[in-house]
Design a protein. Sequence first.
Length: 261
Amino acid sequence: MKLLTLARDLQRRKGRERQHRFVAEGVRTVEALLASPVTVTGMLVTDALPRQARGLALQQQAETRGVPVHVVTEDELASASDTDAPQGVLAVADIPAAATLAPGAGARYLVLDALQDPGNVGTVVRTAAALGVTATIALPGTVDFWNAKVVRSSMGALFHHPVATMGWNDLAGFLAQHRVALWAADLEGDPLPEVAAGALPERLALVVSNEGAGLSPHVAAAVDRRLRIPMAATVESFNVAAAAAIVLYALGVAQAGARSS
């Protein structure tokens, strides 16, 4: 089957880049996909899916939207799946066009510096979407946004939150052209409460990095300010997704307070 072969190919980053498509797995993820404006190429389902009310509704939703639905065996679905226990449904969709970064007043960007764990990246994208970030930007060394685990972990956020992958030189040029300050979450930075209490840049890009490796040298050399989250001495660091959530929320509260004063 052509769609099954395509879905297998899309488990590899090179396949996704060549086909400009990705795979969404599981009932919740496919529900979010079908509710989004993303173009869906087709769906693979097992005959067990419509036996459950939620699965039947999902299949009917796809058919109503005009998405081709192909019934496959459990073994065939597993051969195209990234999970150990597929939920009977897998969709293939077009990768949306790269985000327009739209550097308007109050723009806030989240920059991912060599984040390699797909679960963390998906969670960070979900956090950025929830906290009103303008766009999330991945630098080289970061896992592909359209990796199947990233897609699942984002809980549908990838289908509406703008994301882009950029080389460092392109990002540096964008920041300079649009006067976007570059800050970074870092263990050696100024305390977050102190930073949030001060004046914030009109436009800001926040870098979060691999908690083990830290900032890439070229990124570290370019940041305008570093900030850290105060923590107990017995704890070495925050998980990157938790750190991003704390910093983005604190800066968002500070920004809202500045506007209302």
